[in-house]
Design a protein around this ligand. Structure first.
Ligand code: FES
Length: 118
């Protein structure tokens, strides 16, 4: 699925704040597929807007999604650019970043170990 075909569930007009500023679109890759995100928003916001509901799996295989949303738990941790354990609710998207669901505590990719993660 191309980044343009993913539905966007973000709020454009807030009941109290009014029209929200439009941010620059960037492309990130979730499980290898392009996904439209807005520059500076948390990774989690981009994933939720695209309909993603599972962010990681525990060691026993139970799915996890957003819980605190403020960087205090570990339910949203994912592997980002080969680095496991990244809290996606408090990490801003960057053009071209690669985001993968994490299994258990995750593992470092060869790319990240070689210092090629961006
Ligand atoms: S949802 Fe709790 S740290 Fe992100």
């Amino acid at each position: 699925m191309s980044a343009d075909k993913i539905p966007d569930s973000r709020i454009a007009r807030h009941a109290v704040l009014g029209d929200l500023p439009v941010q620059k679109d960037v492309t990130i890759y979730f499980e290898g597929k392009p996904l439209k995100a807005r520059e500076g928003e948390p990774i989690m916001a981009a994933l939720v807007a695209a309909g993603v509901t599972v962010f990681r799996y525990t060691k026993k295989g139970s799915p996890r999604r957003m819980f605190c949303g403020i960087g205090r738990c570990t339910d949203c941790v994912m592997t980002v650019d080969g680095v496991p354990g990244v809290r996606t609710c408090v990490t801003e998207v960057r053009q071209g970043m690669r985001v993968e669901r994490q299994q258990g505590v995750g593992s470092w990719s060869v790319q990240a170990e070689a210092g090629h993660a961006q």
